[in-house]
Design a protein around this ligand. Structure first.
Ligand SMILES: [Zn+2]
Length: 152
């Protein structure tokens, strides 16, 4: 190794195990919505901002967000990053192709939702692009039901 090269390691994180945890009322409502291909958020009783996924307390004014609202299926790609590795059973492996991970703001000015964006060359992605939700053919109330976003 020359003086200008840096050493690196590939850490193996042993996360290949099953476990259970309570997701709470708000995430339950979110995933129940997925069964009907609905994206649910919660609206703040104080500042009226909408959190997606829904949460109990507003991150802006700390008031209780006790109103559940259905959000539109379309929004704006606010920002993104391009992934080149995938985490598989605790190991980082090279991705087959570079992929887009986007921050999507659904219409009605909800909070940002992190999601994979497909159908768009990462080199062509720009903030402000319109995107829409794409669901799996079979939905079952699972995180993976909302498969990705695609150009609208
Ligand atoms: Zn608020």
């Amino acid at each position: 190794m020359g003086a200008t090269e840096e050493a690196f390691i590939t850490p193996a994180i042993p996360m290949d195990f099953t476990y259970n945890y309570r997701i709470g009322l708000y995430m339950t409502r979110y995933l129940e919505g997925f069964k009907e291909r609905k994206i649910m958020g919660s609206r703040c009783s104080g500042c009226r901002k909408i959190a997606v996924p829904p949460r109990k307390y507003c991150g802006v004014c700390n008031k209780i967000m006790d109103e559940f609202v259905e959000l539109p299926q379309e929004g704006t790609l606010e920002n993104f990053t391009v992934g080149h590795v995938v985490l598989e059973k605790g190991r980082l492996n090279p991705a087959e192709n570079p992929y887009l991970l986007g921050l999507v703001r659904l219409d009605e000015n909800a909070s940002l939702l992190l999601a994979r964006v497909e159908g768009l060359d990462p080199a062509e992605a720009r903030p402000g692009m319109r995107v829409k939700a794409v669901w799996k053919d079979q939905v079952e109330g699972d995180y993976g039901d909302l498969d990705h976003f695609a150009p609208a």
